[in-house]
Ligand binder design. Sequence first.
Ligand code: PPY
Length: 302
Amino acid sequence: MSRIAYFGPQGTFTEQAARRLAPGEELIPAETIPAALAAVRSGAADAACVPIENSVEGAVTATLDSLSEAEPLVAVAEALLPVHFSVLTRPGTTEIRTVASHPHALAQVRHWVEANLPGAHPVATSSTAAAAVAVDAGEFDAAVTAPVAVEHYPLQVLATEVADVRDAKTRFLLVRAPGELPAPTGADRTSIVAAATNRTGALAELLTELAVRGINLTKLDARPTRNNFGEYRFFIDFEGHVAEPRIGDALAALRRRCRNVRFLGSHPRADNGTTEIEPGAANEDFTDAIGWVESVRKGAQA
Ligand SMILES: O=C(O)C(=O)Cc1ccccc1
């Protein structure tokens, strides 16, 4: 049985995602996202499940930063979970002055809290389930949690299906140490991170290598390197799998342009997305072109 570290404690959305991505495996809660990833780097876990992006709040920056630091890790699978919240209180609570949760959760229920708990102060906790633990301990009055949290903590449900934005979703990754990659499916996602140098056109050059090969981007995030003010790392997701000739060609070009490019994985997409292929940019076009150059070199132009 594999050991899967996840961003916990018990009852987080990430635990639900881990159950979906690694059914039947041993799940080990970690207090923070960096701690879940550190468990894989140290060998204490075989894989980790962490949130990566939310359709309302955008990137989960703790995950981006941890993936770009220390030993490389690669994403081997993803899950897309609908996100609506429950609001939990201690039994007998009559007045709600503080509402605790993960910042991404608080941002997604702001209007609901204003309308239904006027005057209540939002308080950030490390995760939605950590808010439930704190409410149980008497530190805050209400917790905004995943629906499953009520099964783990002795709290009562004040409201369910709470969300300012209908159909909000969060994408989660299953991350491992580099090793065998998942096989390409034809609907895959590849992720990289690169610290472009601070000069005119540096980011445009990286993006152009993808654009000229007809590769469609699915996400672009910038994070400060933390070394020099104004220096950024760019996290780029795009359609395709590194095993494909067209994607391998693009990665080789990125590596030529930027020695510090880091491969963050190729895996099947969970969003039913299809892969766009521009005319002349199919894998056969790349292999055919390489074959043609080889024949030219041999003096036998086909
Ligand atoms: O705190 C959690 O439960 C998480 O797994 C992170 C999170 C927070 C808010 C929305 C989706 C995921």
